[in-house]
Write a new protein. Structure first.
Length: 235
């Protein structure tokens, strides 16, 4: 790790729910960044704080102040206690890398106590890129698992949120879908009419003539007929 003197602005953040968390409080973070600065010959020119602010966006007063110091040349590096104090978003971290910390000229560096990241060195930039890749993989893996679980629930007839599909209703407070007899009959009637060669509008007209109203609206439209034709029949 480089040991040349670097002017750093320390950035501290806590969200409202984390004010008293052990090791995450503002006092604990400041103690760690000051110890790091002393150990690695970093000149701490300022400490900026976002108290009670989430990491959902980069548009935070303290963070913007710290980044402005990098832009103006008043600081050479941003020092944080942990990466999640800076951001929890892979996309936002990538934006910061592109705009500040990923440049080969080392004009602005990111120093992180917890993950031992120091982008003043090639090894430090590699560590940060690996961490970003792992975080991206984890996010995508969670998304895939969630999608698979939802598809399984749908296949089992379980309710996964939103409006219940045509022909079905949510059974009480459960996550189970139960068939609606009248709508199931409408599905069968619509499919039979379509099988006989009727157009979507003609199917709608026939359903109306049979006294089968749409779920919403006063009359059948081609789009609402298509929804019915694609609906799942109860077995």
């Amino acid at each position: 790790m480089a040991t040349t003197s670097t002017r750093a602005v320390a950035y501290l953040r806590v969200s409202t729910a984390q004010q008293a968390d052990h090791g995450v409080s503002l006092e604990a973070q400041e103690a760690k960044v000051r110890m790091y600065a002393q150990l690695y010959d970093v000149e701490l020119v300022a400490v900026v704080v976002d108290a009670g602010v989430s990491a959902k966006t980069l548009d935070r007063p303290g963070l913007q102040q710290a980044l402005a110091m990098l832009d103006s040349g008043d600081a050479d590096a941003l020092l944080v206690c942990k990466l999640d104090r800076l951001t929890r978003s892979v996309r936002d971290l990538g934006e910061l890398l592109d705009g500040y910390f990923g440049k080969r000229d080392g004009s602005s560096a990111l120093l992180c106590v917890g993950e031992q990241v120091d982008t003043r060195t090639a090894a430090g930039r590699l560590v940060l890129n690996v961490l970003m890749s792992v975080a991206q993989w984890e996010r995508e893996a969670i998304g895939e698992r969630t999608s698979t679980a939802l598809q399984h629930k749908k296949a089992q007839g379980e309710y996964t949120g939103g409006r219940a599909p045509y022909g079905w209703q949510v059974a009480g407070d459960t996550a189970i879908l139960r068939p609606v007899a009248t709508e199931q009959a409408t599905i069968r009637a619509a499919q039979a009419l379509r099988h006989d060669g009727h157009s979507l509008r003609a199917v709608g007209a026939q359903l109306a003539a049979q006294g089968r109203p749409p779920r919403s609206g006063a009359r059948w439209h081609a789009s609402s007929v298509r929804v019915v034709l694609q609906a799942r029949l109860a077995t």
